[in-house]
Write a protein that binds this ligand. Structure first.
Ligand SMILES: [Fe+2]
Length: 331
């Protein structure tokens, strides 16, 4: 019955031409289909992962969470109704639009439209990124992660954790309050940031090569779209930057996210801030930016660092190190 992954996302915007340019030129997604009201993007073998819908209000979205089959979807729907949640069965026409066999829909406590589905359609043609790119890390990890801003985390967290079954990865209280939640080995498929208002903060996609991030950063800088500088996260170890999209949300473009074991993971409080280095957050108030910078400098002074997380094909093991490093490592 459990939710397995973040399967698709739809964003409301009537800036379709801008989104088409951003999705393909900046992010490297494949535009699989464009109509008068929608854009459909591919990022892997599936028919679609990200769509833009001009009939949805700007700043809103639909968020698709995957279960394994029809029986699991039935069970999940019944489970939601047991918790007093109003669930609607989407008609076949909507399932077709989403590129899935079947879905149900309901709202979270702050009005985000959530959809639970099974059996996404695999495209009949290979993924063709819009520009040279090593590909996106998806599969069982899902398409990436989504981060919502919420008025109060305590009003929303119990819904995701206790009703939908997300596991808490970790949380922080400073320089802003945030909770990070997982469904699978991806450190977080969802995060909640307490800002006082409901909205979509950012969508993260993960490329397969560090150079994809650097090259996307160059492009984003040339387009004047960088909103959070290059940096590395403390909790999921992602090396990333954040670009302004044509909508109010940002898109985090990352590489090297860690994997966790969801069965044995124990949530912890993050005390060093959200980033090991970098990630200058232009969206934060000046006072919180200064605090975030202070936390990074203190963490660096304390020697905070983490190994890179690599996959086959994107690293070469080197043969030699220096005696001092070897000695320091053995201590
Ligand atoms: Fe993120």
């Amino acid at each position: 019955m459990n939710l397995r992954a973040f399967g698709y996302v739809g964003l409301g915007s009537d800036r379709l031409a801008d989104w088409r340019a951003f999705g393909t030129e900046a992010l490297g997604l494949q535009c699989a289909k464009a109509t008068a009201s929608t854009l459909r993007f591919r990022m892997d073998d599936r028919e679609q992962r990200i769509f833009i819908d001009s009939t949805l209000p700007e700043g809103t979205g639909v968020f698709g969470w995957e279960v394994c089959d029809a029986a699991a979807l039935d069970h999940f729907g019944a489970h939601l109704e047991d918790h007093g949640i109003a669930v609607s069965q989407a008609p076949a026409s909507v399932a077709d639009e989403r590129g899935v066999a079947q879905l149900i829909a309901f709202d979270d406590p702050v009005g985000n439209r959530l959809e639970v589905f099974h059996s996404a359609t695999v495209a009949g043609t290979p993924f063709a990124p819009a520009r040279a790119l090593s590909g996106f890390r998806t599969g069982t990890l899902g398409l990436g992660h989504i981060v919502f801003t919420v008025p109060r985390i305590d009003d929303v967290l119990p819904f995701y954790r206790d009703v939908l079954g997300f596991g808490v990865s970790d949380y922080m209280l400073s320089p802003f309050r945030a909770h990070f939640l997982h469904l699978n080995a991806r450190h977080h498929s969802l995060a909640l940031i307490e800002t006082g208002r409901a909205g979509i903060h950012h969508l993260m996609v993960e490329a397969c090569s560090l150079d994809d991030v650097g090259q996307a950063l160059d492009l984003a800088e040339s387009r004047d779209e960088v909103n959070v500088s290059l940096g590395r996260h403390t909790n999921d170890f992602m090396t990333s930057f954040y670009a302004r999209s044509p909508s109010p949300l940002m898109v985090e473009f990352g590489w090297g996210g860690r994997e966790i074991d969801p069965e044995s993971w124990q949530p912890v409080e993050l005390r060093d801030g959200p980033s090991l280095w970098g990630h200058e957050r232009h969206w934060l108030p000046a006072e919180d930016r200064a605090l975030a910078q202070r936390m990074r400098i203190e963490a660096a002074a304390a020697g905070a660092r983490q190994p890179v997380q690599v996959m086959d094909g994107n690293f070469v093991r080197m043969s030699d190190t220096c005696p001092w490093t070897d000695g320091a490592r053995e201590k």
